[in-house]
Design a protein. Structure first.
Length: 411
């Protein structure tokens, strides 16, 4: 039966070890990318599942994208879906009764982002009332202002000069005690911006940015912090560098490409963006068939991200221009519509085969989150990990709440 409560205490390490075992045991299922391979290593061991997935349509894949665990697919799919769901359950962080920021604070904030901010803010239950919020990678400081609407001091750190100026103007207009500062949080002088009186918060700071916050906040002795991580692949190394002792001891070695897996779930793209994405991927998959012929090598050839106006070209021109870009021979005339149709067929197969990998999206993300939670525990924090909103609002819906253990405060 799934846990109903957020993860904390001994359960953090217990769950990490269970996830570690699960991910290590099934590496052959989630590491290989169907987009790059004509045949996946696991297909020979599970032919019934492979054939079932390959026969499905692109529409079938799209319908199952956000809930692959609901598919009535042949084994081992169903068993993995059950295990994945159990291991990925974290429980919802309790919402506190609080005075919400007035609606005028939502001016200039996209609706979905404002909802995320409200949910995030409602989950910030600490043993002691924060005295000074520090909005990390703040943009215009929308999150910080929502938290500081009651008059609490606020500092916002942001790398973009224009956003700093716009944020300060918004805070001044609302008469808040807010200071918006220009700061590259990855620079060596970023540590000088934190002290023990601060409560740092970060809503969807990417990769290296939120890791830097965890390191600097704990070194500065910040009593509390709240972080909703995002974009785990945005790191400055080719391989993942674990933070906690448990993750460093694990046999699981993750590449930057592996770190993209948790981010493959999408819930917010418009129909136009999805159509554009599908056309681009179908063309790239068709070109992949062509480049194997042109090179005489049956392996995937990476291609760069292309401007969207390439989709306005005829498919024949698209292939000729991409071949030239990659230094390949000019392709001879052929049945271009037939080749493009094969690209769409491959796209349907790839999307459906990806549904097996999708069962490991949450387990891998939770492994990464728990690495951060266990690191904070090692720095003397009491940590809670749980959901702060629905995945329909954002797939990156997990929040780390950390508070230093003292004799007069409990988390």
């Amino acid at each position: 039966m799934p846990d109903a409560l957020p993860l904390s205490g001994p359960r953090l390490l217990e769950r990490f070890r269970a996830l570690d075992d699960f991910l290590l045991a099934h590496q052959e299922l989630w590491r290989p990318r169907p987009f790059n391979l004509m045949q996946l290593p696991w297909e020979a061991r599970h032919p019934a599942l492979a054939n079932w997935l390959r026969r499905r349509s692109l529409e079938d894949a799209e319908a199952a994208h956000n809930h692959p665990e609901r598919l009535a697919a042949p084994e081992p799919f169903a068993g993995l879906a059950v295990a994945s769901a159990a291991l990925s359950e974290t429980g919802e962080l309790p919402a506190q009764a609080q005075s919400r920021a007035p609606e005028r604070f939502a001016v200039d904030v996209p609706g979905r982002k404002w909802q995320q901010i409200q949910h995030f803010a409602s989950r910030l239950q600490f043993g002691a009332r924060p005295r000074h919020w520090l909005d990390w990678c703040s943009g215009k400081g929308h999150l910080g202002r929502a938290l500081a609407h009651d008059g609490t001091s606020l500092t916002c750190l942001e790398y973009d000069r224009d956003l700093v100026a716009a944020g300060q103007a918004l805070s001044d207009r609302l008469a808040l005690a807010a200071h918006h500062r220009l700061q590259d949080v990855l620079a060596t002088d970023a540590a000088s911006q934190l002290d023990a009186s601060h409560t740092p918060v970060a809503l969807h700071a990417c990769g290296e940015l939120h890791v830097r916050l965890l390191q600097l906040a704990s070194a500065a002795g910040c009593r509390q912090l709240a972080v909703a991580p995002c974009c785990y692949n945005r790191i400055d190394s080719t391989d993942y560098r674990p933070l906690s002792a448990a993750a460093r001891a694990s046999e699981l070695q993750l590449s930057r490409e592996d770190l993209r897996l948790p981010l493959s779930e999408t819930v917010t793209a418009s129909a136009r963006v999805r159509r554009q994405r599908d056309q681009s991927m179908a063309r790239r998959l068709a070109f992949d068939l062509l480049q194997r012929e042109l090179r005489g090598i049956d392996t995937y050839l990476p291609t760069p991200s292309l401007p969207t106006d390439w989709l306005q070209k005829s498919f024949a021109d698209y292939c000729r221009d991409l071949a030239a870009l990659k230094g390949l021979p000019t392709p001879a005339p052929r049945n271009w519509p037939a080749l493009e149709a094969l690209g769409w067929q491959r796209l349907a197969e790839v999307r459906n085969l990806e549904l097996l990998r999708a069962l490991f999206r949450r387990p891998l993300e939770l492994w990464l989150l728990l690495d951060r939670a266990l690191y904070l525990e090692q720095q003397g924090y009491q940590v809670r990990l749980g959901r702060f909103c629905s995945t329909l609002l954002t797939p990156r819906n997990h929040l780390l709440l950390a508070e230093r253990v003292t004799h007069n405060a409990c988390g």
